[in-house]
Design a protein around this ligand. Structure first.
Ligand SMILES: Nc1ncnc2c1ncn2[C@@H]1O[C@H](COP(=O)(O)OP(=O)(O)OP(=O)(O)O)[C@@H](O)[C@H]1O
Ligand SMILES: Nc1nc2c(ncn2[C@@H]2O[C@H](COP(=O)(O)O)[C@@H](O)[C@H]2O)c(=O)[nH]1
Length: 207
């Protein structure tokens, strides 16, 4: 079992969104956070990749060097960390703590290595996999997003194949959503989280 420091902040169950790069995790979670801004809070990960146009340091990610990230890992500041497509990514204890301290549902957007590692903590998360309708559509979405070099795109597509198999493993995910039509997928995501959403709304109305 990994470090259980986070357990002390027991509140609503965190939500882990995972799935191939380009499947639509950020798109869905941004919609969710817009509709329920007083219910969800985003766990801001650290990464060594460069910011994309429009991404803000401290909001989308904490953009750091490998040296800074490794020092934080060595100090025990991270719940989990992974290497993905040539860059380091990780969830700090502070990122989750900051959201839970506000009594919000903490959303983590992490890859499958992160899922495996978070599963070994006391976080008691709800695990949701966002999958693309097909690898062809995934590739088109990633290309159209225009954020990746050809090398990064190919690495992400290779990782996607493994991820798509991982999503079929029994007992890993509570819900698997195929993000074909965005509105349908968003409806399924809301349905999966309805109980938690209502619980947080009820708690904040009574306090
Ligand atoms: N249902 C959908 N139909 C068509 N396009 C979509 C749909 N969902 C998301 N997209 C588009 O696909 C692209 C990838 O989506 P998004 O960036 O949300 O993926 P992601 O899973 O968060 O990727 P990453 O893990 O790399 O951050 C974006 O350009 C987004 O606008
Ligand atoms: N294990 C972790 N994976 C993470 C974290 N933050 C993001 N991610 C995943 O990385 C890929 C690529 O993200 P991108 O923003 O460069 O497209 C994607 O699958 C994310 O889910 C993290 O803290 N830990």
């Amino acid at each position: 079992m990994r470090d259980a420091t986070i357990k002390a902040m027991a509140g609503p169950r965190p939500v882990v969104l995972s799935g191939p790069s380009g499947a639509g995790k950020s798109t869905l979670l941004k919609k969710l956070m817009k509709e329920y801004d007083s219910v969800f809070g985003f766990s801001v990960s650290h990464t060594t990749r460069s910011p994309r146009p429009g991404e803000e340091n401290g909001k989308d990610y904490h953009f750091v060097t490998r040296e800074v990230m490794q020092a934080g890992i060595d100090k025990g500041d991270f719940i989990e960390n992974a290497e993905f497509s040539g860059n380091m990514y990780g969830t700090s204890k502070a990122a989750v703590h900051d959201v839970q301290a506000k009594n919000l549902i903490c959303i983590l957007d992490i890859d499958m290595q992160g899922v495996r590692n978070i599963k070994q903590t006391d976080l008691n998360a709800i695990y949701i996999s966002i999958q693309p309708p097909s690898t062809e559509i995934l590739e088109k979405r990633l290309r159209d997003r225009k954020t990746e070099s050809e090398d990064s795109l190919q690495r992400r597509l290779r990782a996607a194949k493994v991820d798509m198999e991982f999503s079929k493993e029994a007992g890993v995910f509570d819900v698997v959503i195929v993000n074909d039509n965005l509105d349908v997928a968003y409806g399924q995501l809301k349905d999966a989280l309805l109980e938690e959403i209502n619980m947080v709304k009820k708690t904040s109305a009574s306090s």
